[in-house]
Ligand binder design. Structure first.
Ligand code: NAD
Ligand code: IPM
Ligand code: MN
Length: 368
């Protein structure tokens, strides 16, 4: 298989984790005889510094012509005081919008080896396995007006959706639920927000098309509580852009660290942008200690969702699992008695297992 991949390392640890992920992709493609060509472009703070904009046109064009995009992270204190249009985050929001990536899939599955690293009790997290389907190109993030008024004495943000934007993300979530345990929780704030009332209506309408999926509605405040008190009650969660942003960072505690969570942002035709859920972590940037696993796991999502390469994706996931089983961890993972390693060593350990013969055997047993 031949594919064109755009790499957008961005800022802070984005640079470090993208290098790791690229090496892992190269090892997998070599092993399975695929040819991926990589094109690196600027986004976020580095793009502001080099080109005066967080999202250069050249970057957008390259992404549009590619088969998939792998992004590190954007942002950092250097640009925090910039006006809104010159913030690194605008670049990220812009690329999601311009590519039409409305469905953000954030799978959250506790790795057994990390359960004791979670601040939650073992029997609360053990066996939890949920998927947050976050609407990504509408809602509070993109509604207009969004501005200060009256000399800064007043401010407004807008939560707006077209009904068909809600319909397509709800359909996407129902389809994901069908492939999993057939349970969908729609999260909203229908006791207050008009947009949430419509969201709930759409879910109720769509229910008829998916009679095999059990549907539940939860208010976002209660959902926030239940994700950490009873995560096993969830299979697929579908929710508005900002609710999904907040709930997914919260759910990362189930995995022991934000450094473990991958994500896929997709449009209808399967084209996708893949990125870790975490940010640029300026507090640990350039120290060689960032956990590259969320980005490495994001490449597995790319292989699965954009290219249909299930076996190759599983090899990566299996390699990550084996490294953890063998007792290796990065600083953020806080594994008792674990051997703490840096970004490069963690990457090498994953690579070793991606190329090892026995990885195939174990995958064949799992996926035959
Ligand atoms: P963050 O996710 O960057 O960091 C939160 C905490 O988690 C920090 O203590 C950090 O050291 C730790 N952490 C995150 N990823 C890690 C990893 N891979 N390995 C080890 N530790 C890790 O969130 P923040 O500090 O709130 O934001 C920092 C900057 O990142 C901001 O500018 C923010 O806008 C941006 N951000 C970008 C994205 C993105 O590009 N997708 C996502 C979130 C935040
Ligand atoms: C994420 C991030 C982004 C978001 C920011 C950096 C714009 O927090 O991907 O979760 O809010 O979507
Ligand atoms: Mn976030």
């Amino acid at each position: 298989m031949e594919k064109q991949i755009v790499l957008l390392p961005g800022d802070g640890i984005g640079q470090e984790v993208i290098e790791s992920a690229k090496q892992v992709l190269e090892a997998v493609t070599e092993r399975f005889h695929h040819t991926f060509t990589y094109h690196t472009h600027d986004i976020g703070g580095v793009a502001i510094d080099k080109h005066g904009t967080p999202l250069p046109e050249d970057t957008v064009r390259a992404c549009q012509q590619s088969d998939a995009v792998l992004l590190g992270a954007v942002g950092g204190p250097k640009w925090d005081q910039n006006p809104s249009h010159l913030r690194p985050e605008k670049g990220l929001l812009g690329i999601r919008k311009q590519l039409g990536l409305f469905a953000n899939l954030r799978p959250i599955k506790g790795f057994d080896q990390l359960l004791h690293a979670s601040p939650l009790k073992h029997d609360v997290v053990a066996g939890s396995d949920l998927l947050i389907v976050r609407e990504l190109t509408g809602g509070l993030y993109f509604g207009t007006p969004s501005e200060r008024r009256n000399n800064g004495k007043e401010v407004v943000d807008t939560l707006s959706y077209q009904r068909d934007e809600i319909e397509r993300i709800v359909d996407n979530a129902f389809q994901s639920a069908r492939l999993r345990r057939k349970h969908l929780t729609s999260v909203d704030k229908a006791n207050v927000l008009e947009s949430s009332k419509v969201w709930r209506e759409v879910v109720e309408e769509k229910k008829a098309d998916y009679p095999d999926v059990e549907v539940e509605h939860l208010l976002v405040d209660a959902a926030a509580m239940k994700i950490i008190t009873n995560p096993k009650q969830f299979d697929v969660i579908v929710t508005e852009n900002m609710f999904g942003d907040i709930l997914s960072d919260e759910a990362s505690v189930l995995t022991g660290s934000l450094g473990m969570l991958p994500s896929a942002s997709l449009r209808e035709d399967g084209m996708g942008l893949y990125e870790p859920v975490h940010g640029s972590a300026p507090d640990i940037a350039d120290q060689g200690v960032a956990n590259p696993l969320a980005t490495i796991l994001s490449t597995a999502l790319m292989l699965r969702h954009s290219f249909g390469l299930e076996k190759e994706a599983a090899v990566i996931e299996e390699a990550v699992e084996q490294v953890l089983e063998d007792g290796y961890c990065t600083g953020d993972l806080d594994v008792k008695g674990g051997k703490q390693v840096g970004t490069k060593e963690m990457t090498r350990l994953v690579l070793e297992r991606v190329t090892a013969q026995d990885a195939t055997k174990s995958i064949m047993t799992c996926y035959a």
